[in-house]
Design a binder for this molecule. Structure first.
Ligand SMILES: O=C(O)CCC(=O)/C=C/C=C(\O)C(=O)O
Ligand SMILES: [Fe+2]
Length: 316
């Protein structure tokens, strides 16, 4: 099974609250390179590990992991809405293999996904339906979270499942490194916000615009040095990138959930998506990182990184 990987940060602020034109151009060049990498590889299946931000997965039923057998984008932050081209047979094959390995993954026949899934798919493939996909949700924000090492176990099990399939698979990890965007937390929520985190699956256009406006305002304050969000942490981001490039998973997923938040902010656990994607790649054998881009971009509230990787044996 030929396999390759692209792991990238996402940010709902891309296009809505951009950094200086030269920084935006630098990231666009990196996205273009990642797109060329994906085109060269020509996958017939993409397996994407991504989080959600209370758009598809809420506290009425919050799994740690979920494989989508069918999925629809909610179209947040101006991104495309509509059905993804989910490979249902592949999704069930992956779920069965993961469950057999002892990782309790949920399955959804009606998964709603947000910018966490949609941005990498559109950046890499141009649309939500260009390449058949198996979407794999990882809860990265809704406390309580399980230990980060479970994301490695999930990724390994997915990688083992893929080895049994005769497919060309691009593994995608989607999530920030250090970042602390204004995602509400149940613990601190007012009754109104708690209700939204539990049942607010289909906000009105006005409610969505209000939410998105708040995120843009928070990013603007942060970029100007204000607000209460935690700072980005390029040193921690470098440690994560270095460790995953070296296959030293334990340096990251052996740490406590508190460590992630203290070092990288409340959304740093999104690194779980990278851990899972790299672990799925590692299941195919030793790998090497082909490209690694990083820049702290306060306007996007993100320690922003994009990496590509391939097996050492040239299977890609
Ligand atoms: O309801 C909202 O939109 C709250 C803000 C939010 O979800 C922000 C998300 C930010 C990221 O996904 C990110 O930087 O990773
Ligand atoms: Fe996110």
């Amino acid at each position: 099974m030929p396999v390759a990987l692209c792991a990238t940060s996402h940010s709902p602020l891309i296009g809505l609250h951009d950094p200086a034109p030269e920084v935006r151009a630098e990231v666009d060049a990196e996205f273009a390179a990642a797109r060329a990498f994906a085109e060269d590889f020509a996958p017939d299946l993409a397996v994407i590990f991504a989080p959600d931000h209370y758009n598809g997965f809420l506290y009425d039923m919050m799994p740690s992991f979920c494989v989508g057998a069918a999925a629809t984008s909610v179209g947040d932050y101006g991104l495309p809405s509509g059905a993804l081209d989910v490979d249902r047979d592949a999704a069930y094959a992956v779920a069965e293999r993961v469950l057999a390995s002892g990782v309790d993954v949920a399955v959804s026949e009606d998964m709603r996904v947000d910018h966490g899934f949609v941005q990498p798919l559109t950046f890499l493939f141009g649309s939500l339906t260009a390449v058949p996909v198996v979407p794999v949700f990882i809860n990265c924000v809704a406390e309580p979270l399980g230990p980060a090492v479970r994301a490695r176990h999930l990724g390994t099990a997915v990688g083992e499942a893929l080895k049994e399939m005769d497919r060309r698979v691009l593994l995608i990890g989607s999530g920030g490194l250090s970042h602390d965007p204004p995602v509400p937390r149940l613990k601190e929520a007012t009754p109104e916000v708690a209700e939204r985190l539990t049942h607010g699956r289909d906000p009105s256009p006005e409610q969505r615009a209000q939410r998105e406006g708040r995120t843009v305002k928070a990013a603007s304050e942060f970029a100007h040095g204000g607000g209460a969000l935690r700072p980005l942490n390029p040193d921690w981001d470098a440690l994560v990138l270095r460790s995953l490039a070296a296959g030293d998973f334990a340096a990251v997923d052996g740490r406590s959930n508190e460590w992630f938040v203290a070092e990288g902010g409340h959304s740093a656990p999104e690194v779980r998506t990278w851990i899972a994607a790299y672990a799925a790649l590692a299941a195919a054998g030793p790998y090497t990182v082909r490209s690694s881009y990083y820049r702290a971009i306060p306007e996007w509230l993100a320690g922003f990184a994009t990496t590509t990787a391939v097996p050492l044996d040239g299977a890609a």
